[in-house]
Design a protein around this ligand. Structure first.
Ligand SMILES: Nc1ncnc2c1ncn2[C@@H]1O[C@H](COP(=O)(O)OP(=O)(O)O)[C@@H](O)[C@H]1O
Ligand SMILES: O=C(O)[C@H](O)COP(=O)(O)O
Length: 382
């Protein structure tokens, strides 16, 4: 079916983790919409939230230059790591490049470190970048950011004054946080952390309790590891004379949010920052429809995931928004329907999870087409 109505449609999905990048998801959705409206004015905004895909989402928004380095990953293996230099001279780093959960091999979470990420930040300082955006999220580390801090000159000592390796395991013996040797260039550098979650560093809603289990923290370890980050937070905050550990986003990326605050960074919700960089509102202004989605929509989605945030922007501009995700938790539907006029999942009916993941791109295209067909008349009447 094709119609003469030519709609303006914004397509702004997050990645479908493990199956499609945000750009692939946006492209698949666009292909489906084009079957109904071949001439449609489509605006593709592959989104990210600070986690995996952040560099790609920024690169899609502007003529940024890819830069290349080789740094230790979360298990200490040397790995190529990219960063971006923006037209205004700022740099963008993505934590998932070096300490991403997909890079985890056989290590225990307590032995992983963000040291290589700190070394990458040093390389960016060497390159003379005065403003650095750091995407936080999708990490396999829970070291409170001590690796990153150590790379930049911080020292972590035990009760006898011995230097500790920068890992969660060593924090069991932590007695002193010494920030006196931090790289002096940090004082002239504007650090902006793009956080994918608003969790505090510790406690029931903190990094270890909420995101530790997905990184391999066993239930009997949660309290012990949380106490280590609590102690780290108390000692670091005392040096700064501020309570940084309870601030929103300090628990992002296994505590990297807190570590960056300790370095004077400001924290922003990553999805909002990416939407701004992509000038999403300019595309939404006057649009007829927003189509967004993610791998799985659930109770976390209304807490500020990408689809929720882009739909919030659409609502402010009176643009109806629909959600097309790989899977949708039916328990979350009532909440999701507050913001989306139509919620559709690939999983359902004859399509099981395995098929939805295997054939994600073609199923997404077909589902977008089906959605467009259903919305055709309503959009034409707007
Ligand atoms: N094509 C797909 N069909 C069904 N489920 C998917 C698909 N792609 C990803 N998922 C599921 O989505 C979940 C990840 O959710 P996602 O929204 O992508 O990331 P996050 O919640 O970490 O931001 C995983 O459990 C994955 O199995
Ligand atoms: O710990 C992290 O890396 C994140 O802040 C939360 O991770 P997730 O968004 O990949 O679940």
């Amino acid at each position: 079916m094709q119609t003469s109505f030519i709609p303006r449609i914004v397509i702004a999905p997050d990645s479908f983790k493990g199956t499609l990048s945000a750009a692939q998801a946006a492209h698949a959705m666009a292909t489906g919409l084009s079957r109904i409206w071949p001439e449609a004015d489509l605006h593709l905004h592959p989104m990210a939230d600070g986690g995996e895909g952040t560099l790609e989402a920024v690169a899609a928004a502007m003529p940024a230059q890819w830069q290349h380095a080789v740094m230790p990953d979360l298990e200490g293996r040397l790995k190529p790591a990219r960063w971006l230099r923006l037209p205004d001279g700022s740099a963008v780093i993505e934590s998932a490049e070096l300490v991403g959960i997909t890079l985890v091999g056989s290590s225990q979470v307590a032995d992983r470190s963000t040291l290589g990420l700190g070394q990458l930040l040093l390389a960016v300082l060497d390159a003379g970048c005065a403003r650095v955006l750091l995407g936080l999220g999708g990490t396999g580390t829970n070291d409170g950011g001590v690796g990153l801090l150590a790379a930049l000159g911080a020292r972590f000592l035990d009760g006898r004054g011995l230097l500790l390796p920068p890992t969660l395991a060593s924090l069991a013996d932590l007695a002193v946080v010494d920030l006196s040797g931090l790289d002096s260039r940090l004082a002239q550098t504007r650090l902006v952390a793009l956080a994918d979650v608003a969790s505090p560093l510790c406690g029931a809603t903190g990094a270890t309790a909420v995101f530790g289990p997905q990184k391999g923290v066993r239930s009997e370890e949660v309290d012990r590891f949380d106490r280590r980050l609590q102690r780290l937070g108390e000692l670091g905050d005392a040096v700064r004379g501020q309570d940084l550990r309870d601030q929103p986003g300090s628990g992002a990326a296994g505590g990297l949010g807190w570590a960056l605050r300790l370095l004077g960074a400001t924290l922003e919700p990553g999805a909002e920052a990416i939407a701004d960089l992509q000038k999403l509102d300019a595309s939404l202004a006057g649009a007829d429809w927003l189509l967004t989605g993610e791998g799985r929509s659930d109770a976390q989605t209304p807490l500020g995931k990408v689809p929720w945030r882009v739909a919030g922007r659409a609502a402010r501009l009176a643009v109806p928004a629909s959600l097309l995700s790989g899977d949708i938790d039916s328990a979350a539907l009532p909440a999701l329907q507050q913001r989306f006029d139509h919620c559709l999942a690939l999983v359902g009916g004859a399509v099981d999870r395995e098929t939805a993941q295997r054939d994600a791109a073609s199923l997404l295209t077909d589902a977008a087409e089906a959605m467009a067909r259903q919305h055709c008349e309503r959009l034409a009447k707007r």
